[in-house]
Write a protein that binds this ligand. Sequence first.
Ligand code: ASP
Length: 327
Amino acid sequence: MTQAPSLPRLAIGALGGTLSMKASQPDAGVTPAVDAQAMLQAVPPLADLAQVHAQTLHLIPSASLTFAQLLDVLHWADAQVQAGAQGVVITQGTDTLEESAWFLDLLWPHDAPLIVTGAMRPASHVSADGPGNLLNAAITALDPASRRRGVLVVMNEDVHGARHVRKTHALAIHAFTSPGYGAVGSVVEGQVRYRQALQVRQALPVPVRTDHKVALLEATLDGDTLLLDQIVGLGYAGLVVNGFGAGHVSQDWAVRLGEIAEVMPVVVATRTGEGATARGSYGFVGGEIDLQARGVLMAGELDARKVRIVMWLLIGSGMQASLQNHL
Ligand code: ASP
């Protein structure tokens, strides 16, 4: 790709996902196959926007991404900014994109934007959304108004903050939403338009410990306690429960959670998909007042998967005592 030297520098790191997928033969399912260079060839306008350094970091479905790989991605993106990139774009599968974006957002120390994007339709699809998403992600990464906003998710012409974004549809092109908040901006006519002010943010330290595990269990009707009873013995360092309604569990679970909270942090979130856990409304056993009295924390509006990530990072830095401040 020919690039004028006066253009800003943009780094693109490819991790795989549907954006990079195509079928190896007509009747086969799609798998990751398109590397970063081939991805760029599908987006010719990029050459007019930036001097692009594109690198294939992984070529995998996002279900198999690990925290260790994301820490490597963070270091790679950090090195790109240190080397002069004005912004960084990471492409990955959409299945875990909301978690990666949040993980990276909590650790991203730069004013320069870090944008995560993907695609709902494979590269081989007749109307693939990957090239358009990548172009919009690049536009967002290069826009000065994106600075100091941390990690943003650009999908389907929307720009979402990492804290609230979720994949809320299995296959639709408009799969990404920020329930209760809405997108922070959109890419319209090749320009980013922000409609939410930037929030003050402070990056967490990179964890020194990474071998610990945080469990996530969901409360369900007539749910048993077999797994809960094993959590401490299995060596978990923390527990997140995707609770009912405003952050509730059954009586049996409430007793177990109180016991577990004596040895590790326990947070109860709402499994509803929108809204915050209550703090002082319900007085029954297993309600949020009872749970807090047992030493359990309430997640507020943060969804259970994202609580798990912030808990994992804080434990890895010996900062679990500050967990409440991040909910
Ligand atoms: N369906 C996924 C995607 O949208 C696959 C993955 O997450 O890698 O990319």
